[in-house]
Design a protein around this ligand. Structure first.
Ligand code: FES
Ligand code: FES
Length: 186
């Protein structure tokens, strides 16, 4: 089978980033092929079974919009959408998501237009450093899909897994409420 040269470079690059040089031979045998559709694009990755979805996105696909905060399921910075549901990518093994459709912050724009939540975050000053923002926005999109949040208190409660160390919480909830009440998330 013919393999384009940039495919070979890509695979070598992935291996170089994945393998521990001290244990190359052993780890090579552990590599697994994982197919993921990320932001509408199909990808086939060679990953060790313990690689998190977060690391697969950031280190193997260069989608660094998704942030690593605690890496322990405590902060929500790594939230992405998996088959439409919000998940913590730091707690998710990439190999367990074989065939899944993943949406990251890079995939929420609508053509040349920001997602209404992205615009609302700007309008409401809903961030300072911005580190939590991709996770907040992906989480809020998941929240809308769940359809459980009816009131501002519901939104606060159901977004409580996404922490903002800068204290931009009021702006974040204001932004989410504006999009929710305006029905702009469909
Ligand atoms: S990085 Fe995943 S929850 Fe903090
Ligand atoms: S804007 Fe800095 S952590 Fe939220």
């Amino acid at each position: 089978m013919f393999i384009a040269s940039d495919d070979i470079f890509h695979k070598v690059w992935i291996l170089a980033k994945t393998l521990n040089p001290m244990e190359n031979e052993h780890q090579f045998n552990e590599l697994q092929t994982v197919r993921l559709k990320v932001n509408g694009e199909q990808h086939e990755l060679l990953l060790l079974p313990w690689v998190s979805l977060l690391d697969a996105l950031r280190e193997h696909l260069d989608l660094t919009g998704t942030k690593k905060g605690c890496d322990h399921g405590q902060c929500g910075a790594c939230t992405v959408l998996c088959d439409g549901k919000r998940i913590l990518s730091c707690l998710t093994l990439a190999v367990l998501k074989e065939g899944a459709e993943i949406t990251t912050i890079e995939g929420v724009v609508r053509g040349n237009q920001l997602h209404p939540l992205q615009q609302a975050f700007i309008d409401h000053d809903a961030f300072q450093c911005g580190y939590c923002t991709p996770g907040q926005i992906c989480s809020a999109i998941g929240l809308f899909k769940e359809g459980k949040a009816k009131t501002r208190e519901d939104v606060k409660e159901l977004m409580s897994g996404n922490l903002c160390r800068c204290g931009a919480n009021i702006g974040i909830i204001d932004a989410i409420m504006e999009v929710k009440d305006g029905g702009m998330y469909e």
